[in-house]
Design a protein around this ligand. Structure first.
Ligand SMILES: [Zn+2]
Length: 252
């Protein structure tokens, strides 16, 4: 954890802002490098509509990954959450991204990507599986509310994936875990194919994220069209519990 108070001139990564603040820089400054050093005043507020609209999908992704880099470096941005809460409550929300993440308590995307209030929508469900309700939520977040990035984020050592591999049966969880059948079947592996082998579990989890991206494109013409028009990006990632890093997944 950082131990010093950031000043206007201290120049450390801690001066860089959450997604909402960084957006202010992108909207008003000429170069990306300058955008990473927003003013102290700009940092206090939530993301405005103009700031969010000025972002491209690629810039949104970059800001999310930069936020994760700050988290890994232990230099998360000091945020005035109450100021963000007050501004977003009175002026509305204008998030730049929508995430689909696991319920795992160790993987809160707002924390691990150094996001503030109003920066992002986040759908959480064990194993970050998609269903019609989540697709509808993603369609709202992008087509109606203007988010530029859809990120499906799995994570290492996922208990839901391990439970699915071990064919755990428990009430309603049984049906949820059954959704991992295709990912398990599509993950070739030499060695211990049990939920105790996290090397295998992590590979299945990555397959599941890729399959979820495919499902999103297949089952949501709204999101597919937005992506084809270049208005959004849809990406998959894996959060490494051990290193704290969010690693983008290749499409293949
Ligand atoms: Zn999980």
């Amino acid at each position: 954890m950082q131990t010093h108070t950031h000043s206007e001139t201290c120049g450390c990564l801690g001066r860089r802002a959450t997604l909402g603040v960084a957006l202010a820089g992108l909207a008003s400054l000429a170069t990306p490098a300058a955008a990473e050093i927003p003013t102290r005043a700009a940092r206090k507020g939530a993301l405005t509509e103009a700031q969010r609209n000025a972002l491209t999908p690629d810039e949104t992704l970059r800001l999310v990954l930069e936020g994760n880099a700050r988290f890994v470096g232990g230099v998360r941005t000091p945020v005035d959450y109450l100021a963000q809460q007050r501004q977003s409550a009175t002026e509305g929300q204008h998030p730049a991204a929508v995430f689909l993440t696991c319920v795992d308590s160790r993987a809160p995307v707002e924390v691990i990507c150094d996001l503030g209030i109003g920066d992002a929508f986040n759908a959480r469900v064990a194993g970050n599986v998609v269903n019609d309700d989540i697709l509808g939520s993603m369609e709202f977040a992008t087509a109606a509310a203007g988010a530029k990035l859809v990120m499906v984020m799995g994570h290492t050592k996922c208990g839901a994936v391990a439970g699915a591999i071990d064919n755990v049966r428990l009430g309603n969880l049984t049906l949820l875990l059954a959704r991992f059948g295709n990912a398990i079947a599509a993950t070739p592996y030499e060695g211990d194919k049990s939920g105790k082998n996290y090397d295998y579990v992590d590979k299945v989890a990555a397959t599941q994220v890729r399959q979820t991206i495919t499902l999103i494109r297949e089952r949501s013409p709204v999101l597919r069209d937005l992506e084809q028009q270049g208005k959004i990006r849809i990406v998959g990632s894996m959060y490494d519990l051990k290193t704290g890093r969010v690693n983008l997944l290749s499409e293949a």
